[in-house]
Design a protein around this ligand. Sequence first.
Ligand code: ADP
Length: 317
Amino acid sequence: MRIGLLTSGGDAPGMNATIRAVVRAAIHNGDTVFGIYDGYRGLVEGKIVEFTRKNVSEILNKGGTILGTARLPEFTYEAVRRLAVEQLKKHDIESLICLGGDGTYSGAIRLHEMGIKTIGVPCTIDNDIASTDFTIGFSTALSTACDAIDKLRDTSSSHQRCSIIEVMGRHCGDLALYSGICCGAEYIITNETGLDKNKLLNDLKQTRLAGRRHAIVVISENMTDVHQLAKEVEAFTGYECRATILGYVQRGGTPTPEDRLLAARLGKYAVDLLKEGVTGVAVGVKDNKLVSTPIEQALAMQNEPNVELFDVVNKIS
Ligand code: ADP
């Protein structure tokens, strides 16, 4: 087989570990792998280079992606995708492994429909792909968020402050939910819980009156303007209140062992599936078992609220 490999959309720690796994597994099978730089944009522009084991040495523990990533909104046009298919044909590449999130999956399924054998590998810090329990990058982002929230707790406690911390997640509350539990946040606000501002303000006032030196509120991005919310908390509760948006630091850093392990398993699995003739699927893990799901189905699946973890929040926060 001649396999193309690209990373697309937002970068995620563990993409490099996945690239390494794909290249090594394919070469082990006697296949040839081509690294495609800068996602679908680089594919259309023909930035395609044959990869050997040497190309992937010393990258296992590095954040980001050595292939680079880019966004190409025009990839929704068939005429643009046809250019991509032509580039693949020119290099005699019949299969493509696409690392990224749901946008990347949408591009992959369109290419599959145009006769390219494609496999999607879930690489995003948001954990927002329902066809897998965990995406590659989530564990590292969680670890980074926890580290930051622990540090903010130290200063909040010293200054008797309320800290509002906004974490990433696009439309998925997992980073807020998991980091909030791990860091003992008093309040966790996600798109699943919704933001009941009156309740939050009243609860925080009670917390202050009860003599708590600090309060931590972890909130998903896109819920509200957190700086404005901090002003309202200050005015209503008497707590000094600061909002911190963690932002892009959550995207970087050396991948955790969990992300490296997932990258190794899913990268090799993607190559195995191509070898078996399976295409148009997204790989993942469910209950720690490898699974593959047709990409169309993976894109249509909804993330279910994690009832068990929300119950933990209700009982121990
Ligand atoms: P992610 O993969 O992290 O969700 P994006 O949503 O930015 O990131 O998508 C990455 C790229 O995938 C886009 O820049 C575009 O090239 C391609 N893409 C996204 N949606 C589609 C679509 N509906 N059809 C074809 N290509 C798409």
